[in-house]
Design a protein around this ligand. Structure first.
Ligand SMILES: *Cc1c(COP(=O)(O)O)cnc(C)c1O
Length: 364
């Protein structure tokens, strides 16, 4: 079976390097935060030329911590795309604020700035654009809306490590940006981990306090925070993988181009990069009208597929009863998208085989 993401192949390439590094953590017994986490924080911030950054426990906590540090909470509304992973909106609820959904653009699958404008109310405090599938949102348009309405902007970058917008890595355009290092993400830990970038130093200091029981000193607590710290083992793994991430990104982009050449020529709709951006293809997504059939037939040929995502957030049972409305694009996309295998380890032969089998059965 060709998996969607081949984590086993990646591990076997890096096994010795990673085990050596993780042994150092064990020997040092600095298991939580400490020097290994600080080293990774430093590397990740420097590579991005970001202002400030903190390692945290996962990508969902990263969003909640950013919101809380910016002062977003009970009574506030936060605009999020309805087409994203559930956590984007869940993190808003976790700080007591209310997610307000907006539609996406049919071309890029990213938040539609026009619909954002329609959803702004006197309670709106922030917006969380998602660089979905690794495709950067139109950051200029959204930053302008945020500025014009005095809203905070948090880039949910969980799927977009080292994607570029106007020649610059995403993550430094918003007031904050959040990352997930869930194992299947483009940069994945060996467990849960996440990251927060902040533009403002005071916001950054609050994130650092909030992730660690609101501490100012070992047993002095300025705030009621929580425990959202990063493990040193995860930081050690991530420091090793960080050496390869740009090479892996290039490989993802090359494979996505190969797919695109044949699949677009056959008349299918795939991810259109946002103008002036360089997507990093967390997923290779294509729209079909006969999804069930395609998934069954590809499975018979040993090809894994996925659906990202089958249910838009406004239709999630957990959000039942909230004032929702019409999300024409997101609803259509949720019915049509299918994800084909894509990871740095996928070979050109794999891509050609998958493309040929896909084109035999799929209909635009
Ligand atoms: C994975 C993901 C998250 C959540 O990250 P976790 O580390 O799993 O908590 C948030 N937003 C998006 C868009 C994601 O893909």
């Amino acid at each position: 079976m060709i998996p969607l993401v081949d984590l086993k192949a990646q591990y076997s390439h890096l096994e010795n390097e990673i085990l050596d590094r993780v042994k150092e953590v064990f020997k040092s017994t600095h298991f939580i935060q400490g020097p290994f986490v600080e080293e990774f924080e430093d590397q990740f911030v420097k590579m991005h030329a970001a202002s400030f950054g903190a390692g945290v426990s996962n990508g969902t906590a990263a969003i909640s911590l950013a919101l809380e540090a910016l002062g977003v909470g009970r009574g506030d509304e936060v605009i999020v795309p309805t087409h994203t992973f559930f956590a984007t909106a869940e993190a808003v609820c976790n700080v007591g604020a209310t997610p307000v959904f907006a539609d996406i653009l049919p071309s890029t699958y990213c938040l539609d700035p026009e619909d954002v404008l329609r959803k702004i109310s006197s309670k709106t405090k922030a917006l969380i654009p998602v660089h979905i599938y690794g495709n950067p949102v139109d950051l200029n348009a959204l930053a302008e809306i945020a500025r014009g309405h005095a809203l905070y902007m948090i880039e949910d970058s969980a799927q977009a490590h080292f994607a570029k917008y106007k020649g610059q890595y995403i993550g430094s355009f918003g007031d904050a940006a959040t990352f997930s290092f869930y194992p299947g993400k483009n940069l994945g830990a060996f467990g849960d981990a996440g990251f927060v970038f902040c533009k403002d130093e005071q916001v950054f200091q609050r994130v650092k306090k909030l992730r660690d029981h609101g501490r100012s000193d070992k047993y002095e607590h300025d705030l009621v925070g929580s425990n959202q710290r990063m493990d040193a083992v995860q930081a050690a793994v991530l420091s090793v993988k960080l050496r390869y991430i740009l090479e892996w990104t290039k490989s993802r982009q090359e494979k996505a181009m190969l797919y695109d050449e044949a699949i677009r020529r056959a008349g299918f709709k795939t991810i259109e990069p946002t103008p002036s951006s360089e997507p990093v293809y967390h997923l290779y997504v294509v729209e079909v009208s006969n999804r069930e059939e395609v998934m069954v037939r590809l499975k018979e040929k040993g090809i894994s597929t996925g659906i990202h995502y089958p249910i838009p957030l406004h239709k999630q049972p957990a959000f039942k009863g909230m004032d929702q409305g019409c999300f024409r694009v997101a609803e259509k996309v949720a019915e049509r998208v299918i994800s084909l295998p894509l990871c740095p380890e996928l070979t050109v032969e794999n891509v050609n085989f998958i493309t040929a089998e896909f084109l035999k059965v799929a209909r635009p």
